[in-house]
Design a protein around this ligand. Sequence first.
Ligand code: ADP
Ligand code: MG
Length: 334
Amino acid sequence: MAPQCYIEEIDIQEFRGIRGLKNPIKLSKYNIIIGRNNVGKTALLEALYLLPSPYDSIRGQPLIGRHRMPLVINLHGGDWTSLIYGYSGYAKLSYKLSTNVTLEFNLSYKPEYLRVDGEEAGIDLYIDSISKCFNIKEEDVSRLTFLIPNDTLFIKDLHGRLLEVWDAIVKEGLHREIVSRLVNPVVYDKFTEILIERNQLKLRNEVGGDIGPLYITLTDLGDGVEKVTTVGLALEYFKPRVVLWDDLEVAMHPGLVRSILRWLTSRDWQVVISTHSIDVLNIFTDLGLKDGKIILLRKTSDDFIEVSSYTPMEMGDIIEKGIDIRKIIDILEL
Ligand SMILES: Nc1ncnc2c1ncn2[C@@H]1O[C@H](COP(=O)(O)OP(=O)(O)O)[C@@H](O)[C@H]1O
Ligand SMILES: [Mg+2]
């Protein structure tokens, strides 16, 4: 079998708060993005998310991945211009895939061009290049990337989308697999499955003794478990090839972080996670993944982004050398 395709490199100009990158960002299979507030971590994830469907429409061609651009725009007040650095001009995004194909487009009110390997191209060739690299059907290209924003409304909305495809989820056995792999390792309860009752997701709790099973509403299990369960089901069901998770630590205690990181990095998809949390960084480093990478973003005084990358082994050394946790945080500028 051909090796799994992934996004090897991204270059960004004038997108959201990113004026430009000093050098393109090279990605591995499993990546953690760290850096101070406002450096551009979220913007980087959003730029990766846009790879499969750069515009709502290009030169009158049919819509591709119609929901995609609105998700990113809606996260920023529903205004196109907030995607462009300084609110005017053009953003330019460029991606190198592991088949060595380079895809590029610019972004504004009016799209100017798409390029494949430096040559101006139509949307068909653009989509075809992605479909070939990832070995997926053209109609599945719009589902290539999956962005989990730091936004509670998104989780509620995802909940709704899962209810619509619930029969298929049960048929694949995902309603059992997610509880046993992600939830049970970190709670006292022994849950057996997720089910729908009166249009709500519930977890069946096998209580011992003379009490029969209890059906606990997912939203009563706390934000962290709700988030992990919802996102876990969605990722297993939609099967994206690139998973983008913004601020992974939000609502999660370290046990849950460990569980989700183990699961995310045991699957054959590319993962890019942003975080401010030393726990997430420690746990990721501890996994010692040979295809793991820690990417530190820093802003220069002229508003460009400078990137330093570490293997988990190098990061492990930095963490061990740290006299105390503050020192590590200072080195990493978290
Ligand atoms: N259209 C824009 N033009 C210029 N700066 C922007 C634009 N949109 C966002 N920013 C800036 O980008 C920064 C936020 O970037 P973000 O990607 O959310 O960072 P992080 O996720 O690392 O906290 C803020 O400083 C904001 O001022
Ligand atoms: Mg952010």
